[in-house]
Design a binder for this molecule. Structure first.
Ligand SMILES: O=P(O)(O)OC[C@H]1O[C@](O)(COP(=O)(O)O)[C@@H](O)[C@@H]1O
Ligand SMILES: [Mg+2]
Ligand SMILES: [Mg+2]
Length: 336
């Protein structure tokens, strides 16, 4: 039973049966994420000071200008995950190819692969708006003791054993699921400890917030245009309120607490949308569903999609289940 204000460490021990594999493995995984998040939080809080602001001068595989904090967060999470001797491979937004955990005996027993977005909402780093980190964890499917393979990462989202995000906002929170509900822990910066502040987080079935970059409106499919018009129409509990931070983690976190829908549809500019299936959509979809919400690409359940590439993009509709169903209703009126 989740008790408010218990520490993350106590919670993991008390709820060890929630994890389908050994609790020791889960705590080592979560502990490495917890540690890296504290180090990134420390740097995020300095954003605005010269040494941590701006471009790192590199372009990542997605053609994005890597920010210094993207690189710092990427290096920090890779280092802590590697040290714990539990992960055999890492896929990151900031690395072209997946990373095979080297240097340990080839027959190491590491059984997990992690896909991650080390710094989500990069465009908001220098303007003091909340950003995040997103992680998705799978059990490898290739034999333990052999080098990790691409297929270990291209598992459908419904095979995730754990997923979550860290939000670096007015406070720093770690929110995660192992398939038994969603719990949120707030970092007490002076003690350096996370405490259970949001037990059993749930998405209200309905809400009155819609989150989409309306600047792309003219490029959206007709179904999306119709749904946005529906949200803006004066009728019943509408019009809804438009809220868009431009950090996926922050927009979904707010909508999970207040009720709402986040959309990053495909458009004539971005044929498959912008968000990446492995380390943005799958983990946020797992969280959303575990909190009673839902997530689709406008037609199909995100968690049932079979990934084909590490950095593939998919259209994303996520949030209060009745709002996602309504958006899908408009989408399915038109051919895909
Ligand atoms: O500026 P746009 O096109 O609305 O995109 C905003 C979206 O892109 C992202 O910043 C993509 O994530 P990264 O910052 O990790 O690349 C999301 O967090 C956000 O929801
Ligand atoms: Mg992102
Ligand atoms: Mg990112």
């Amino acid at each position: 039973m989740a008790t408010k204000n218990q520490s993350l460490g106590e919670f993991i021990i008390e709820n060890q049966n929630d994890f389908q594999y050994s609790s020791g493995e889960l705590s080592r995984l979560i502990n490495s994420i917890r540690l890296a998040a504290k180090m990134v939080n420390h740097e995020v809080n300095k954003a605005g000071l010269v040494d941590i602001t701006g471009s790192a001068g590199e372009i990542n595989t997605q053609g994005e200008d890597q920010q210094k904090l993207d690189v710092f967060a990427n290096d920090t999470f890779i280092r802590t995950l590697t040290k714990r001797q539990i992960v055999c491979g890492i896929a990151s937004e900031e690395n072209d190819d997946f990373i095979t955990i080297e240097g340990q005996r080839n027959d190491h027993g590491n059984k997990y692969v992690v896909a991650m977005d080390p710094l989500d909402g990069s465009s908001n780093i220098d303007v003091n708006v909340s950003v995040g980190t997103i992680f998705s964890i799978y059990r490898r499917i290739t034999p333990v003791g052999t080098p990790v393979q691409l297929e270990d990462f291209l598992q459908p989202g419904n095979m995730q054993v754990a997923a979550g995000y860290i939000i670096y906002g007015t406070s720093t929170m770690l929110v995660y699921t192992t398939g038994n509900g969603v719990n949120g822990f707030t970092l007490n910066p002076s003690l350096g400890t996370y405490y259970l502040s949001h037990p059993n987080m749930t998405f209200p079935d309905d809400g009155n917030i819609y989150s989409v970059n309306e600047g792309n409106y003219s490029h959206f499919p007709q179904g999306v245009k119709d749904y946005i018009k529906y949200c803006q129409t004066e009728e019943g509990d509408r019009p809804y309120t438009s809220r868009y931070i431009g950090s996926l983690v922050s927009d979904i976190h707010r909508n999970m607490i207040k009720g709402g829908i986040y959309m990053y549809p495909r458009s004539s500019k971005a044929k498959e949308g912008k968000l990446r299936l492995l380390y943005e959509c799958n983990p946020m979809a797992f969280i959303a569903e575990q909190a009673g919400g839902s997530a689709s690409d406008g037609h199909e359940r995100i968690l049932d999609l079979k990934p084909t590439e590490l950095h593939q993009r998919v259209p994303f509709f996520c949030g209060s289940k009745n709002m996602v169903a309504k958006a899908e209703e408009f989408m399915t009126k038109y051919p895909r």
